[in-house]
Design a protein around this ligand. Structure first.
Ligand code: GRF
Length: 200
């Protein structure tokens, strides 16, 4: 399976997925391209260091549809079959979502549907929940919404700051994202409404 990964920054989830592809944990797959909407994203160099093609496709003041069309074209030209959003800080246009039906996945640092959007970890602390976590889900055109592939629960401690909680959740994100992409690559699942059901 050819994978394209979209990032905007640090790229630690992208690195986790790429390493899992390279060591065979995610079977029969290749990371065909890493695309960032920010030319200064630190993840671009990290991808190249792992031997993966990495390009910046920035918005340059264009409408979202036009920007997304260029990214879709870049993915298609490399025959990408699965798109992983990994800290990609933009909402996809409906055309982008339609270009890869049930073939775009995202990771979010909360137990969805709680705490969508920015600073999910700060939102969790502010709300006072004792358990948060991370969610890997298929993507539709709504923010942090779509059929859930897997979730991991993470304890919120009394002395947590957004930074310490983010750090703790991030470790679980890496293993969750790898496991979710592995399951999608193996392909023994079906989507029933909002539910992703795995067999075997
Ligand atoms: C992660 O916490 C991810 O869940 C969120 O943005 C962060 C990206 O981190 N969407 P990284 O770029 O993968 O290191």
């Amino acid at each position: 399976m050819k994978i394209g990964i979209l990032i905007s920054g640090r790229g630690s989830n992208m690195v986790a997925i790429t390493k899992a592809v390279l060591d065979g944990t995610i079977p029969d797959s290749e990371v065909a391209v890493v695309i960032s909407d920010r030319s200064k994203a630190a993840g671009l160099e990290k991808a190249r260091a792992l031997g993966v093609e990495a390009v910046a496709i920035t918005r340059r003041g264009r409408e979202r549809d036009e920007h997304d069309a260029e990214i879709v074209e870049a993915l298609r030209s490399r025959e990408v079959e699965l798109v992983c959003l990994a800290g990609y800080m933009r909402l996809l246009s409906a055309d982008f979502v339609r270009a890869f039906p049930e073939r775009i996945v995202n990771i979010h640092p909360s137990l969805l549907p709680s705490f969508k959007g920015l600073d999910a970890q700060g939102q969790a602390i502010e709300y006072g929940v004792k358990i948060s976590g991370c969610t890997v889900h298929f993507v539709d055109e709504h923010l942090d919404h779509g059929a859930i592939i897997l979730q991991k629960a993470v304890e919120v401690r009394d002395d947590d700051t957004p930074e310490t909680l983010s750090e703790r959740i991030l470790g679980f994100e890496h293993e969750s994202y790898v496991e979710a992409v592995r399951r999608v690559a193996v392909g023994n699942y079906k989507i029933l409404g909002r539910r992703v059901l795995f067999s075997g």
